[in-house]
Design a binder for this molecule. Sequence first.
Ligand code: ATP
Length: 475
Amino acid sequence: MSKQFDKIVSLCKRRGFVFPSSEIYGGLGATYDYGPLGAELKRSVSARWWRAMVFAHDNIVGLDASILMHPRVWKASGHVDAFHDPLIDDKVSKRRYKADQLIEGYIAKLRKRGKVAQADAVHARLVDALHADNPAKALHAIIMDEEIPSPDSGAFDWSDVRQFNLMFETHVGAVASNDTRIYLRPETAQGIFVNTFNVADTARLKVPFGIAQVGKAFRNEIVARQFIFRMREFEQMEMQYFVEPGTQREAYEEWREKRFQWHCSNGIRKANLRWHVHDKPAHYADAAVDIQYRFPIGWQEIEGIHSRTDYDLTRHQEYAGKKMQVFNPQTGDRYVPFVVETSAGLDRTILMLLCEAYREEVVDGTPRTVMGFEPSLAPITAAVFPLIRRGEMADRARRIADSMRGMFNVLYDDRGSIGKRYRRMDEVGTPLCFTVDRQTLEDGTITVRSRDTLQQERIDQEHALAYVTAVLTSP
Ligand code: ATP
């Protein structure tokens, strides 16, 4: 992992953004808990997504479906039979890789070294392999022919490529048998599909319409590492948009653009985002593109926009024996709507925001670490400090902090020098710090200090709340 990434991981732990799950027992692989600051960030991002998807569109509504679903859902969706990753083991390091990603990494390296023709040839073989009858065998052949070494050990000592199902199984009721086997949902989308007509009928929606949901998903990821980038329990923010067949391309273009813009509106620089078009969309899709972010560990997916055709609804129609159709008043016919999906990882979005925000700089000869979050996403919006811990200064500072409580997350801090308090707030990305000092007692003004510009100005103590509001709402 990169040094920068290590520093971000360590800051997350030290300041209470993210902890390894069950840490006192040595942790549980690829599961994490959000601490006080991480929980704030997660709530803000999720609420912001909800506003952008549900509140901002009069034809999109929300849903909150359960994690446990009827097992036939996963038969119908294809997950029982097809939700596999092709995996290969490095016998020396005992590390496991996704075979297709290993080859993609190799192609990227060839390109970097200027071996464009070879890169193109391997790429063409990869596309063929993904479409082959036996993708595992075809992927293995590429790795053997190209003698692709293991990225961690450098060895060329691989196992066969094997397909591994990623769904977590559990049982309903007290007696475990094949009949009681159910799964923890590997994606939130199916909760939307099985409820499409409950929602459309009760909310009186006509095509085109969307259903949005934020919720947990579970995948028994084998190549689980890189902190919260790939977890076994994670959260998705998904929206399924139902359209008339033939209009899916238009909806797909519209949503890929909107979703890209949304990430920019959260303070992500455009230069750190890019598209990645799928060579082989999943079996259910007629087009698919990922939005990727330039993480310190390389370009990686944060969100997928998939044109899922009528695959899911048609399959549920077949497996559940229920009509999954809408009426077309123009033709008098009924049809199964097509679906365009936007599927973002909440945790990956958070990791992206953490990576984007992290910076180290030297100010007046002193180094500082700053999390430059977009102000409305900062876990602590404002901090209030009394210069002296006791007496009138402390009372006033408490009153100012209390005047903002309930509106934003406000921190009152009276420990250490003011300089140290500023540094602590910079490190967690608090955009504004207010200080009550001697002059406050004379003329009722306080200093406000900006995280980014480091400028300080004096304002009336009564104006603290208005000042924060103005910063939060300024474009
Ligand atoms: P990847 O190729 O990275 O495994 P995917 O293509 O399987 O991802 P999707 O099924 O399209 O992912 O899921 C949509 C989004 O859910 C992804 O863009 C990602 O942000 C998030 N996501 C998927 N798997 C995980 C995971 N194991 N941990 C955290 N987030 C995940």
